[in-house]
Design a binder for this molecule. Structure first.
Ligand SMILES: [Zn+2]
Length: 344
């Protein structure tokens, strides 16, 4: 498992550059028994002895990583895996080549019994949002019916059975530019955004299953020079709300922005998988706990297509996307052992 992970880290696979890692996975998986299909840079493997009488468990991982700034890394280089003090460092170690290595260890070693059909799905472009490689597989209709999808994104060893809705938007104000020696003759577009910023800061937020909603103004721009009243200004806002809300319901929760321009940048519908469904409740009992997360993952994309899906993986979301990203060897083993126990 550790060797798989080190090999995966060595292959640079920043989103849209997944051909090499997919080629590597394809050639390794061709050596395993079972059936393998490839659509662009997405792979689907099905175990031998697949039977329509058995329930199907999918082990799912994206193969891409976010980019890195080489000189911000201190412990090692992003593509040079380093094992030190019980940790494996390298880009993607936590998000989510650690999870990918767990799956490879299980399917290559056939560490599962005959209780379930086991399939594996590896896909590209997850870090860019969706649609992505798994959307291609779902739309190509090559996948069998899946009774539970387990996606080992970093979850600190817990099951995550739902993710919040993400909505990103901008508001833009327009004013009138004049020389700022006579500012009173113009209309300051930056000032026009102040009520919107204040309203977003004070919006009332709820808790869902103990997890707080969030909203934040994350970007601001405007103006053209230090002696000109700005005629245009803009803010970008990211909100993470109750997974049950539709896009209209999310928008209805926002303040009234009056005559500011309102531009939608992306809606990622959240999803909560019912933790009491037959197979999932057994899995949660085995692992010991389950929770919701405020960030979005592809379990929502699967869930919205009727596939019960959870995240359960090694590492922590706090480590994902950072310099000196790492995963602990004990996390890798914990997750692998729980999955093996469940699949036997
Ligand atoms: Zn990820």
């Amino acid at each position: 498992m550790i060797n798989w992970l080190k090999k995966l880290i060595e292959i640079e696979s920043i989103s849209r550059n997944e051909k090499e890692i997919t080629d590597f996975l394809e050639s390794e998986m061709k050596k395993m028994s079972g059936e393998l299909k490839r659509i662009n840079n997405a792979l689907f493997w099905q175990c031998p002895n697949f039977s329509a009488d058995k329930k199907t468990i999918a082990l799912v991982s994206h193969t891409d990583t976010v980019p890195f700034v080489e000189n911000k890394w201190q412990i090692t280089r992003p593509l040079s895996p380093l094992e030190k003090d019980g940790k494996i460092y390298g880009r993607g170690s936590s998000d989510m080549k650690g999870g990918l290595a767990v799956i490879l260890d299980i399917i290559s070693g056939k560490k599962f019994g005959d209780k379930f059909n086991v399939i594996a799905i590896f896909y590209d472009r997850e870090e860019l949002g969706f649609p992505n490689g798994i959307t291609d597989l779902l739309e190509a209709k090559v996948l069998p019916q899946i009774d539970l999808a387990i996606v080992p994104e970093p979850t600190e060893r817990q099951v995550v059975h739902g993710v919040f809705t993400t909505f990103r938007f901008r508001t833009v104000s327009h004013g009138k530019a004049v020389h700022s020696s006579k500012a009173y003759l113009g209309e300051n577009a930056i000032y026009k955004l102040l009520p919107a910023i204040e309203a977003i800061k004070n919006i009332s937020l709820e808790e869902v299953e103990g997890v707080k909603e969030a909203i934040s103004v994350n970007l601001i721009s405007g103006g053209t020079a230090d002696n000109i009243v700005p005629d245009k200004a803009e803010i970008s806002i990211d909100c993470r709300f109750d997974p049950k809300l539709s896009q209209q319901e999310v928008i209805a929760r926002l303040p009234d922005f009056g005559d500011l321009e309102f531009l939608e940048d992306g809606f990622f519908p959240g999803f909560v998988t019912n933790p009491k469904t037959e197979i999932l409740s057994d899995f949660i009992t085995l692992v010991g706990s389950t929770k919701l997360e405020p960030y979005w993952t592809d379990i929502a994309q699967l869930g919205l297509r009727g596939i019960p899906a959870v995240n359960f993986g090694p590492g922590s979301a706090d480590q994902a996307h950072t310099a000196d990203e790492f995963v602990t060897v004990s996390d890798l083993k914990f997750v692998r052992d729980k999955l093996v126990e469940f699949l036997k």
